[in-house]
Write a protein that binds this ligand. Sequence first.
Ligand code: KG4
Ligand code: ZN
Length: 358
Amino acid sequence: MLLAIETSCDETAVCLFDEQSIERGDMRTALRYDVVSSQVALHQPYGGVVPELAAREHVRNLPVLVNEALQSVGITTADISAIGVTRGPGLKGSLLVGLCFAKSFALASNIPLIPVHHIEGHIFAGNLSDTPPIYPFLALVVSGGHTMLVLCESYRRYRLVASTRDDAAGEAFDKTATLLGLPYPGGPQLSRAAERGNASAFSFPIGVAGDSKSFSFSGLKTAVQRQVQQLGASMQEPQVRDDLAASVQSAIVQALVRKVSDACRVHSPRALLLTGGVAANALLRQSLADEAAKLGIPFAVPAARWCTDNAAMIAVLAYHQLQENREAFESWTPHAGFLGPGVSTDLGAVAKWPLPCI
Ligand code: KG4
Ligand code: ZN
């Protein structure tokens, strides 16, 4: 049984993954416990994640969740073969809580530790979709901190096709939602308001034309700000706000879809994967599914709960890392200075950690 821990931002997530019960290669059948404890209510009054509060909440939640995980599955620490934990990127304090907990747990129980990359975890969440993508595939990773188009050439071999020059797609959702006076968390709130709005009511800039390597959302933010100022008191009318939300959402989604579509034509991938928190957005899911169908490329997207931050994706990635080094893990015995094969006890959290690309 693999224990996976994710605390890179404001969600405390814990997963127990039983590799012996994987059925027909479907990773979802191995999930014995998979819980995300949200801190939305804690950060709501501040209009965004307060890093210090997030870290403190992880300190409180994590031991409780791990204990609950073991109890509900009916196992003890002796049944855990490895611990997968997010090492970065993310909020330093939040990462430190998860990492320190995992290191202590590993050290106290002589269990090997597998530190993993959060963004790579989002890519491995593709294994939790109905139709896991086949290499080489193109992955659109859209979260609160990242917007990347990655060509996944083969197992853990990545080529960066495009990334954002300024704001991430999730940030664009969150910041424009704030401009519209919508409560935190902006992305889901804006997409809910957009359901009632008319997407053609306002016209907003759609990314950067002609530059296939960059996404850009700062121009959109400025345009929304100007529009809100112009609208003045009419911003109080719910329909105006909903129309704005729908128009903003449409501009963000179109910018993403266009770039993905161009990249599909250039790289001819065998599949397209949509992943990361923004992949929970219904319009983006539908628009990319339609585009992939038009291009004749199989489309994969995990269920919304595995698009936003979760520990199941960390478990799946740790499981693959374990498989990759099976012999090293099986012959590994705890010794001074090490927490697992190649993992030194001085392992630190990495707040800024680009996805290792070739
Ligand atoms: O991957 P994630 O859970 O955390 C990070 O690693 O950043 O992504 C969070 C981001 C936030 O910006 C949030 O607003 C956005 O994903 N998000 C959405 C939706 N659900 C979450 N954006 C648009 N529509 C949604 N339904
Ligand atoms: Zn994330």
